[in-house]
Ligand binder design. Structure first.
Ligand SMILES: Cc1cc2nc3c(=O)[nH]c(=O)nc-3n(C[C@H](O)[C@H](O)[C@H](O)COP(=O)(O)OP(=O)(O)OC[C@H]3O[C@@H](n4cnc5c(N)ncnc54)[C@H](O)[C@@H]3O)c2cc1C
Length: 266
């Protein structure tokens, strides 16, 4: 690991000022990705600004038809939240399916979303539910937020403060896990809300994406059979040591069917 300056921020404004005053700073949330990247010398920031002491970035509130979750809220806290389990059970289950207990106790919603790993679970929930990312500067719709592999619409110096998830009529998330890391080889989030159907796939391509054909089919009939015959072309999907693009294409259809089935039972 290269040498760096460590700062503990006391508020979002303080973190913003510290970012502006540093040459090449990175924010530290749970450190589950950043510290590993620094240890491997894939990342060598001049300064690390720790968000861990900012109370305003933690917590869960259900109000006005939405669940608002602070960026520094851990996966374990979301998984254990009675409010989340009641309002959006699929979101609590998704959080509980991330990694192992250590990762869930340290990893944060904001860190996961900012990192935008192609196999991360939360991006599927944000896009599947039509969530809004609230930052130190503005509000960004999930459809505009995730822009590519490990890339987001965040600008330099911008800090995610919370995410607002609209409460759907019903929703479910199903993932085919990599047995070692538990990251999604493919995960599909399906939601029905007053504004219509949303289907989002993670793990399959460079970045989370919606599947309009499935959304249309579920609009006509919310049943596993409605998506059974819909295939996403393997052309733009990932091939790696874990699975081929063709296998991932097959898994998308299977996970979507399972998610619809689960949503009907929820
Ligand atoms: C062994 C292992 C297994 C895992 N399994 C899964 C899995 O099954 N599913 C899954 O989805 N994830 C998985 N993860 C990822 C994990 O859940 C974390 O969410 C992810 O590593 C991000 O970590 P963090 O929240 O600690 O953020 P950090 O590592 O601290 O930060 C990650 C990045 O986000 C930036 N950042 C952090 N907070 C903010 C903010 N508020 N605003 C703007 N930028 C910010 C940082 O600067 C950094 O670039 C796994 C990780 C490990 C190590």
């Amino acid at each position: 690991m290269h040498a760096f300056n460590y700062h503990k921020a006391s508020s979002v404004a303080d973190a913003t000022a510290k970012l502006a005053a540093s040459e090449d700073a990175r924010l530290l949330a749970g450190g589950q990705t950043l510290i590993a990247a620094m240890k491997m010398r894939l990342s060598a920031p001049s300064d690390v600004i720790d968000l861990g002491g900012i109370g305003e970035l933690r917590g869960i509130k259900v109000e006005g038809g939405s669940v608002m979750i602070g960026a520094m809220t851990t996966h374990a806290a979301v998984a254990a939240s009675k409010e989340v389990a009641k309002a959006i059970p699929a979101l609590a289950l998704l959080a509980g399916s991330i990694g192992d207990p250590m990762v869930r106790n340290m990893g944060t919603l904001g860190g996961s979303v900012a990192n935008n790993d192609p196999a991360a679970d939360y991006p599927a929930a944000l896009v599947g539910l039509g969530a809004t990312v609230i930052t130190s500067k503005r509000k960004i719709g999930a459809d505009q937020f995730f822009t590519g592999m490990f890339e987001t619409a965040l600008e330099p110096g911008e800090i995610i403060t919370s995410i607002s998830f609209p409460i759907p009529k019903r929703a479910a998330y199903m993932k085919f896990k990599n047995p070692a890391s538990r990251y999604a080889m493919v995960g599909v989030f399906v939601a029905e809300s007053a504004s219509g159907m949303r289907v989002a796939a993670t793990g399959a391509g460079p970045c989370v994406f919606r599947i309009p054909e499935m959304e249309k089919a579920l609009g006509k009939s919310f049943s596993p059979d409605a998506v059974k015959g819909i295939k996403v072309s393997a052309g733009n999907l990932n091939t790696d040591i874990h699975a081929s693009a063709e296998y991932r294409s097959h898994l998308i259809t299977i996970m979507a069917q399972r998610a619809v089935d689960q949503a009907l039972k929820a």
